[in-house]
Design a protein around this ligand. Structure first.
Ligand code: PLP
Length: 429
């Protein structure tokens, strides 16, 4: 009842009753009261096994004691003074050590700001305004990131974005040949790629493909950005680039890099990152690339991040999360086979996705993979939520170091029961 009442109040106070459009839910949103480990409780006292994990940010589990303690201690010393402080130095040193392509790091206040700054640096370094992006890859919500972000569309999925900006953004398929052909256009100086493949890997991108895209970008001499906002600290402590040994010029990070607090980062080659240095000057402009932002690298966030870094650096947290996602994928595939449902659970690292309709993704592009009928997606998500299991978005979920085999097995019972309901209701065959 409290969820419903809060939703009614929220919809009169906030557009849609939310602060992020993906939090909207029909008939009402769920309001979280508290969270711990891999579980959370809503304002009505209902408990959920969480596979959203703070939009993939809470890799160590909700309210990890080391992070909570670090934030509490910092809050007593100084919440924010807008000065330099020691923790941001330690934090940047961690990133530079863990990310093989990182020679310098700059902190931002969100992942969106990180990709915005990366594109600005790419344009400044290349001297070219045009950017190439891969279809359906997600890079945040700023004006330069939206065109081509929606699977199956080459438009920006929002009003209010100037056509002149959209004209600077080119889109290609996630294939080396498509990228090579797009890069024939010499106006393009920057390429940005979501390191997991589109939408946290729901459209998988094989390592050979990423390597080939990297090689094509290198041959064209453009600035290559890997958006590791999902893969960073998840696919390995040094992200996908360390796991697979494929290095970009610039990397964007957020979510886990902050220990799960609000913020983001960009790291990369010193000669490009040093364009942000106040002592550099280009054409009478110093610093050559401007970057401000009141809360960048704030002490509270840096304290949480510095507490998280040692726990993320060994790879143990990632191994636990990966094993739990593999258990989830395996159990889902077994359940679908047992109930005769055509579908596949798949994904890499600590992420799992479900595709209903057939048991292979072969030959399917982003529009088909992300194009399941809305009633199917809703029935799946609602069925899981009503059984106390919350998913990330669409049909995807993520695990953390706090997920346990017992929680996974409990979630798999909910999955089996949800499948049965979907068959009974004619949503699945
Ligand atoms: C790959 C990727 N890039 C960029 C962003 C934007 O980050 P933020 O939501 O912190 O602005 C996200 C957020 O989900 C993301 O997954």
């Amino acid at each position: 009842m409290k969820n419903q009442n809060l939703s009614t109040r929220a919809r009169a106070a906030l557009p849609g009753g939310v602060s992020h459009e993906l939090r909207y839910r029909d008939p009402y949103s769920v309001f979280t009261d508290r969270a711990s480990g891999a579980e959370k409780w809503d304002v009505d006292g209902r408990r959920y096994i969480d596979f959203k994990m703070g939009s993939a940010s809470q890799m160590l589990g909700h309210c990890h004691p080391a992070i909570v303690e670090a934030i509490q201690k910092q809050a007593e010393r100084s919440i924010f003074s807008a000065d330099c402080h020691a923790a941001e130095v330690e934090w940047a040193e961690w990133v530079n050590r863990l990310y093989p392509s990182a020679e310098r790091t700059r902190f931002t206040a969100s992942g969106t700001e990180a990709t915005m700054l990366a594109l600005r640096l790419g344009r400044a370094h290349s001297g070219k305004d045009h950017v190439l992006r891969v279809e359906a890859h997600f890079h945040g919500w700023h004006d330069h990131a939206l065109k081509g972000a929606k699977p199956g569309s080459d438009q920006a999925p929002s009003l209010g974005i100037p056509g002149a900006i959209n004209d600077l953004i080119h889109i290609c398929a996630a294939s080396p040949r498509a990228m090579e052909s797009a890069l024939q256009d010499e106006r393009i100086g920057t390429v940005i790629i979501e390191a997991s493949g589109a939408n946290y890997g729901s459209v998988p991108m094989a390592t050979e493909t990423l390597r080939a895209l990297h090689d094509v970008a290198r041959a064209a001499g453009v600035v290559l950005i890997f958006d590791e906002i999902i893969t960073g600290f998840r696919w390995s402590p040094g992200g996908r680039q360390a796991r697979d040994g494929i290095l970009p010029d610039l990397t964007t990070l957020a979510k886990i890099v902050t220990g799960g607090l609000p913020g983001g980062a960009i790291c990369g080659r010193a000669d490009i990152m040093e364009l942000l240095n106040n002592t550099t000057e280009r054409n009478g402009i110093a610093p050559a690339v401007s970057h401000k932002g009141t809360f960048n690298g704030s002490p509270l966030v840096a304290a949480g991040a510095c507490a998280a870094m040692p726990l993320l650096a060994s790879g143990e947290a990632q191994r636990q999360a990966d094993a739990m996602a593999a258990r989830m994928r395996g159990g889902m595939n077994t359940a679908m086979a047992e109930q005769g449902v055509a579908g596949i659970a798949y994904g890499e690292s600590s992420i799992f996705h479900v595709y209903f309709g057939r048991g292979s993704l072969d030959g399917l592009g982003p529009a088909e993979i992300r194009g399941l009928p809305k009633p199917t997606v809703k029935a799946y998500r609602d069925g899981m939520l009503s059984r106390g299991v919350d998913m990330m978005a669409y049909t995807s979920g993520l695990t953390s170091a706090a997920h346990t085999p017992d929680l996974i097995d409990e979630a798999l019972i909910a999955f089996g029961a949800t499948l049965s309901d979907m068959i009974r209701d004619g949503v699945l065959e």
